[in-house]
Write a protein that binds this ligand. Structure first.
Ligand code: ATP
Ligand code: MG
Length: 425
């Protein structure tokens, strides 16, 4: 894509009211716009990142047998009354129609997915079943701050599974946890599997996937010697300095973190509420065990920015960057340089490499390079009078290549650059 054509360009400064790095950088670099507290427009660059994260999440959910659907955001109130959520869930947005009917906006989708799955669950042979979707959620959060980390409207992947036996559920629960670890490692994040209470859903323990960041709202205790981690917001069992209950060889340290995902054992709460049953061995009614598994896609995008940035801007991991390459043409008043930059753009694009080509002729070199740093695509390629002179020398065709995560640039041939780029993909 040519940057000259992109309507949503960078700003000179970050919004003054922004209190977190992700809010500042995502607005300044042209990824998002705040419509109101907790509600954002995702601009072309921002949408590409959301889609890249979703793609990885979808691949891993499909990999464990999840089948993707798309369920609604607007729900009849009846299903929420049936589970008790209508009165119990304080973040549930309620909407009245002009004819006086009550509706709820999806804060999660147990209430739609369970009656949906019921149609196909008749016996143990129909199980296990795992259904997911990626869709917007609405929550009446009291404090929507921290940029896109806490939205009133946010993108979530939610998977739901049903099992004939506790053992089958336990095995899938483990499989889902492993898939979650793969998701976050593909995103370049270390997510700590954290013990927490089941919240509004269940009395049982749940597991949160927490990424250490000061911008996060979760408070955790973790062990540096093993992978033990516990959320202290719900669980009063442990305090700072306590011996790690897992390895017993270290003490628990406090940290702030952002919850990027979680997995819950829902037991039979929802299968009972919607009377989903299968016949047991003696023909008795058995309620399947249900699990739910969420990943905050938009929050994860914010966490990535909190984690991957420097004083100049965002430093996206290649797996989620809006483009792999930021191609920058300098000396744009020189037709030969412009022609060469156009050719490089075409060749990269033909090779299937995603390129954001800063072809602007009305801004100087300094701003183009600063914008490339701010936007944060992993590879910067510069075509300039200097690289052309190199091209006319003995060493042949050159571009100046720099990785966003590194300080030094190098003069390389386009072939060499393309080879290096392929290794990043
Ligand atoms: P939190 O404790 O942060 O409020 P939660 O326990 O309410 O999260 P879930 O209801 O399990 O979260 O939602 C699944 C995932 O959706 C969370 O792990 C998180 O990544 C994301 N999420 C939850 N609430 C928000 C929000 N207000 N804005 C953005 N993402 C959210
Ligand atoms: Mg919440």
């Amino acid at each position: 894509m040519k940057y000259s054509q992109l309507f949503a360009k960078t700003l000179k400064t970050a919004p003054a009211a922004a209190d977190t790095v992700n809010h500042k950088l995502l607005v300044q670099a042209g990824y998002v716009r705040q419509v109101m507290a907790g509600v954002y427009d995702y601009l072309p660059l921002g949408l590409r990142v959301l889609n890249n994260i979703s793609k990885i999440v979808r691949e891993e959910m499909n990999g464990i047998g999840g089948q993707e659907v798309l369920m609604p955001v607007l729900h009849p109130s009846a299903i929420w009354k049936q589970t008790g959520g209508w009165d119990k869930i304080d973040v549930l947005f309620k909407v009245k129609s002009r004819t006086g009917k009550d509706y709820a906006l999806a804060q999660s989708n147990e209430e739609t997915v369970t009656p949906l799955a019921k149609e196909w669950i008749h016996s143990a042979k129909d199980l296990p079943l795992a259904i997911y979707h990626v869709n917007w959620k609405f929550r009446d959060e009291l404090r929507s701050k921290s940029g896109i980390l806490r939205g009133r409207e946010f993108l979530m992947k939610d998977l739901y599974s049903w099992h004939a036996t506790q053992a089958d559920f336990d095995a899938f629960y483990q499989t889902a946890k492993e898939a979650y670890k793969r998701v976050f490692s593909r995103l370049g994040l270390t997510a700590k599997v954290t013990e927490a209470s089941g919240g509004a859903f269940t009395e049982k323990l749940s597991y949160e996937f927490e990424v250490l960041t000061d911008a996060g709202e979760a408070r955790i205790l973790y062990c540096e010697s093993c992978d033990y981690c516990v959320n202290v917001d719900d669980i009063a069992t442990y305090k700072e300095g306590d011996t790690c209950p897992r390895c017993k060889g270290d003490t628990l340290k406090p940290a702030k973190a952002a919850e990027v995902g979680n997995v819950f054992d829902l037991g039979t709460k929802y299968t009972k509420a919607f009377d989903v049953t299968i016949p047991g061995e003696k023909g008795e009614k058995v309620y399947p065990i249900m699990g739910c598994y969420g990943i905050g896609i938009s929050r994860t995008m914010g966490v990535l920015v909190e984690h991957f940035h420097d004083e100049h801007g965002i430093v996206w991991p290649a797996s989620v960057a809006p483009f792999t390459v930021q191609l920058v043409s300098l000396n744009t008043n020189d037709t030969e340089t412009m022609k060469r930059a156009d050719e490089v753009y075409e060749q990269l694009t033909k090779a299937g490499i995603e390129v954001l080509y800063d072809d602007r002729t009305d801004v100087g070199a300094g701003q183009k390079l600063a914008d490339a740093d701010l936007i944060g695509n992993p590879v910067r390629l510069v075509v300039s009078a200097k690289t052309l002179r190199q091209a006319q020398g003995k060493t042949g065709d050159k571009v100046e290549m720099k990785l966003r995560s590194e300080k030094e640039s190098a003069m390389v041939t386009l072939d060499e650059a393309m080879e290096k780029i392929q290794t990043l993909l």
